[in-house]
Design a protein around this ligand. Structure first.
Ligand code: HMG
Ligand code: MG
Length: 311
């Protein structure tokens, strides 16, 4: 007997009634795999996630292929993806060369990715903290002029493996510069997963006090220390309505020591279902997809919900 397990729905008063799941498994997840996943598998992964009801699926990155060989097939992937109405496939773009490639591939939504710290800017982008803005500004201006949507990530918002603690005001200052540049949404990254819920409150408060409205904020938690779900709940309580997650908990960053997978989409969906927060995704279809993907990758998913419901 395998009765369908469901959380009991007990809505909480202080939460948004619905949120957008910004799915990053195909990009943040697969960029960190030691082997290159075949493009056919990536296409099927994204198709299955779309069939599961996710509508915002970060597909790949137009970065230097030597820096992230796992995503060197970006053009090929986008050529093969079925573009369905209502489906959004944002891609990462660091510079003008990346934007040229994204525009040629017919992309409608890009994400630039900044660092809150000097060391990670250097390691991830080969730029100083200030130089990163000089690299991004023309990208954002041109993308907006072409009618693209632009998201801005800020990495290392909750701690940096080389520099240690990162002040919330520093995060807010970097984020504000990206919004002033023209980014419509700001995703605050806990790249190495060290944040805790009170810290989330502090960083969100600093951003809002620094002039970024909460409806422009998204959260991007890696689950290295098991805090991603509680951090997400803290962000929802602050009014955040876009949450980044990765099917099966895939993920990490090849240029950040100790970064492991993102918040698993299935773990997020279980919590949202229990809280009565609408999200549009089908948990069974997500679990089936992540179980299938785990077989392709040759190891079980780290998601607790996939483990509890899958197989
Ligand atoms: P660079 O070496 O300084 O590049 O790298 P450059 O501007 O000096 O150019 C050198 C050569 O690379 C040139 O070719 C360029 O054309 C070429 P040459 O003239 O010598 O023949 N080039 C490119 N080729 C293809 N596509 C491009 C591109 N750009 C330059 N886009 C660069 C600078 C930014 C390109 C490099 O550092 C890079 O690709 N970094 C990407 C790192 C990355 O993808 N990290 C993971 C994503 S971030 C993340 O995971 C965090 C996040 O999840 C949030 C969180 O968790 O916190 C988003
Ligand atoms: Mg990430």
């Amino acid at each position: 007997m395998n009765p369908r397990k469901l959380p009991t729905v007990v809505p909480a008063a202080d939460l948004p009634s619905e949120i957008t799941i910004y799915e990053v498994g195909a990009r943040d997840g697969l960029q960190n795999e030691s082997t290159v996943v075949p493009v056919e598998v990536k296409v099927e992964f994204l198709d299955r996630l779309a069939d599961a009801g996710l509508t915002t699926l970060e597909a790949t990155s137009f970065v230097h292929p030597k820096w992230v060989p796992q995503l060197a097939d970006a053009e090929d992937l986008l050529r093969r993806l079925a573009r369905r109405p209502g489906l959004d496939y944002p891609v990462l773009v660091p510079n003008d060369r990346g934007l040229d490639r994204a525009l040629a591939a017919g992309v409608g939504h890009i994400a630039i990715f900044a660092s809150a710290t000097e060391t990670f800017a250097k390691r991830n982008l080969n730029r100083t903290l200030d130089e990163q803005f000089a690299m991004f500004a023309p990208v954002v201006t041109r993308a907006r002029a072409e009618g693209l949507r632009v998201r801005g990530y800020v990495s290392m918002c909750f701690g940096d493996p080389w520099e240690g603690a990162v002040a919330p005001d520093q995060v807010a200052a970097v984020g504000r510069r990206l919004v002033d540049m023209g980014c419509g949404q700001l995703s605050l990254g806990d790249t190495i997963g060290t944040g805790t819920p009170g810290h989330v409150d502090a960083v969100l408060d600093a951003c809002v006090d620094g002039g970024v409205p909460v409806n422009q904020l998204a959260v991007h938690f890696h689950d290295t220390f098991g805090q991603a779900l509680s951090n997400t709940l803290a962000a929802l309580r602050k009014g955040v309505t876009t949450v980044d997650a990765s099917a099966g908990g895939l993920g990490g960053c090849p240029y950040a020591e100790s970064a492991t997978g993102n918040l698993a989409t299935e773990d997020l969906v279980w919590m949202l279902d229990g809280l009565g927060v609408a999200h549009g995704a089908d948990l069974d279809a997500l679990v089936a997809t992540s179980t299938w993907m785990a077989e392709r990758l040759g190891r079980p998913s780290p998601s607790r919900v996939v483990r509890a419901l899958g197989g």
